[in-house]
Design a protein around this ligand. Structure first.
Ligand code: FAD
Length: 541
């Protein structure tokens, strides 16, 4: 393959223009004196389904928008391999995700601080969440305005979801107005990253407004291969475009923002990872860091489905030609209705058992049902009570299968591989039934379609959890921050790769422990904080 010498050198090279990469490109190029290169594997986000909210239905599983990864066959899922979607365009996964705005719990970040990571407690990160935010309701103790990250209330309501909230209340789950105050216990409508009925991806929020900056260069359709390290310092980023290999010189720092799947792979191709693993692929070891690609954490959603009667669901509306036509009209004229829908509009956070200090289950209630994403909606009226364990103890891994960027990764989440996680899975199915069979739902005669009333014993429920479980798309932790005495730490608490100068990882991979909620806005917070660290360190040099 043709190889070029370095023809351009940048102060900062960012690999991956996803949720984190778009924030970094914005912040690092704010000073016109910094030359910044942003490299993205996907194309431009010039496809209508990246912008109409329900576009995730067409983007997930479509190679135009999705890297099309798959997991290995998982023992905890009764031998099934899962599709493992990751966004592949400007905006990354924020261009195909479900748009739920969720920070997690104060206790998540206080836990990070207790692990010895300075500057990552709730008091430290709340101001960062607020300063990037533009909340539709205006500023308050917990929300910010004027930032790039737009947060709105959903533009669609469903009676079925209101009745589910009533049922949850009858089961002891309080109705709360806002999940984003540090304690998300209760039920509420999810807030969403949308503006006026359109998706608000990281690209729209952070990248588009600064594309005219002459000191920011964005390259799409490139495959970042590796970083080059000379005498312990990163000197170039090597990438492929149109069949040729290019090298971008790095004067200041390179940042890997290729996500929890992409970033550990770039590290390993660069010779940074477990020495024996790299040697097995013929990769010269630059730095033995055994934690690279380890510590994978993800939320496994278990998806019980309930048939209902006498109340609207998206299934019944979709299969009625008149109401389906009205959905299009409603969107075209008013930017309202089901086309603005995140798949889940109502959430509930509960404890699976009293031993947990804070809520450890998140329900995503959806007024629809399908066999799997990418399959059509069922023709009968039904809703889904997706539920996930927020703080799984199972740990997985993501590693190379070969030394080339086109080699598919080996993704092993190891779902349900601990006794604690298996118990939470069983308890979460019991919780779903506890909510659904309360009095407020009786008029709609709910009937459990999956896993089905015949599943009664804990052993049967565990098998059902393995059959119904799938990713809720939140992989994190594969290049975790940690203290000096943690042999598995890949980064220090300023997100610098241990033992290599001029290299950071800034994306969802850095989380030492997964947050208790959806992971996009925590990643955006991490990126804004990471950029502040980079610029601060540059001023100090
Ligand atoms: C279907 C789906 C639904 C989700 N729903 C929600 C939700 O509702 N709310 C929420 O909070 N979170 C949600 N998430 C999770 C959230 O979107 C992610 O946690 C977040 O986007 C991660 O950001 P990131 O910057 O780490 O990675 P990404 O946003 O995935 O960015 C990585 C970028 O790097 C690029 N890249 C990777 N490898 C290379 C390479 N070698 N060369 C060049 N470029 C490369 C990718 O194309 C991508 O643009 C969802 C995710 C998915 C996939």
């Amino acid at each position: 393959m043709a190889e070029t010498n370095i023809i351009e050198t940048f102060d900062y090279v960012v690999a991956g223009a996803g949720s984190a990469g778009c924030v970094l490109a914005n912040r690092l190029s704010a000073d016109p004196g910094n030359r910044v290169l942003l490299l993205e594997g996907g194309g431009k986000d010039d496809w209508i389904w990246f912008h109409i909210p329900v576009g995730y239905l067409f983007a997930i599983g479509n190679p135009r928008a999705d890297w099309m990864f798959r997991t290995a066959e998982e023992a905890g899922l009764n031998g099934r391999s899962l599709a493992y979607p990751r966004g592949k365009t400007l905006g990354g996964s924020s261009a195909i995700n479900a748009m739920i705005y969720m920070r997690g719990q104060a206790a998540d970040y206080d836990h990070w601080r207790k692990l010895g990571l300075k500057g990552w407690g709730w008091d430290d990160v709340l101001p960062v969440f607020k300063r990037v935010e533009d909340h539709a309701e205006g500023g308050s103790e917990f929300h910010g305005t004027g930032g790039e990250w737009r947060v709105e209330h959903p533009r669609v309501k469903w009676d079925i979801l209101d009745r589910i909230r009533d049922a949850a209340e009858a089961a002891g789950v309080p109705k709360i107005p806002d999940f984003n105050t540090g304690d998300n216990t209760g039920s509420s409508y999810f807030q969403v990253n949308q503006k006026g009925g359109r998706r608000w991806s990281a690209a729209r929020g952070f990248l588009k407004p600064v594309l005219t900056r002459p000191n920011l260069k964005v390259e799409t359709g490139v495959s970042v291969d590796r970083v080059e390290v000379t005498e312990g310092r990163v000197t170039a980023v090597v990438y492929r475009k149109d069949g040729a290999t290019h090298r971008a010189g790095v004067r200041g720092e390179a940042v890997l923002s290729a996500g929890a799947v992409g970033s550990p792979l770039i590290l390993e191709r660069s010779g940074i990872g477990h020495g024996e693993r790299l040697a097995a692929h013929g990769i010269d070891v630059v730095k033995h860091l055994p934690g690279v690609g380890e510590n994978l954490q993800d939320h496994l959603q278990i998806r019980p489905i309930y048939k209902v009667n006498g109340i609207k669901t998206l299934n019944t509306e979709y299969w009625n030609l008149v109401s389906r036509a009205m959905m299009g009209v409603n969107y075209a004229l008013f930017r309202k209705g089901p086309l603005t829908m995140a798949p889940s509009q109502v959430g509930a956070f509960v404890k699976s058992s009293p031993q947990y200090e804070t809520a450890n289950l998140e329900f995503h209630f959806q007024p629809l049902s399908l066999d799997d994403w990418g399959h059509g909606l069922h023709r009968f009226g039904a809703f889904t009570a997706s539920v996930c364990n927020l703080r799984p103890t199972s740990r997985g891994s993501i590693h190379l299968t070969g030394s080339l960027p086109e080699d598919k990764p080996d993704i092993r989440p190891n779902y349900l591989s601990t006794e604690a996680d298996r118990q939470v899975a069983v308890d979460s199915l019991k919780w779903a039934r506890r909510i659904v069979f309360q009095k407020p739902m009786e008029p709609y005669r709910p009937e459990e379609y999956k896993p089905g009333a015949h599943v009664a014993s804990e052993d049967e429920m565990l098998v059902a959890a393995g059959d119904l479980g799938t990713t809720i798309f939140h992989p994190v932790g594969t290049a975790k921050m940690g203290t000096d005495d943690d042999a598995a730490a890949v980064l220090d608490d300023r997100l610098r790769v241990r033992g290599i100068d001029g290299l950071r990882v800034i994306d969802a991979s850095v989380m030492p422990a997964i947050t208790s909620g959806n992971t996009n806005s925590p990643t955006i917070m991490i990126a804004d904080k990471g950029a502040e660290m980079m610029l601060g360190d540059a001023r100090g040099r």
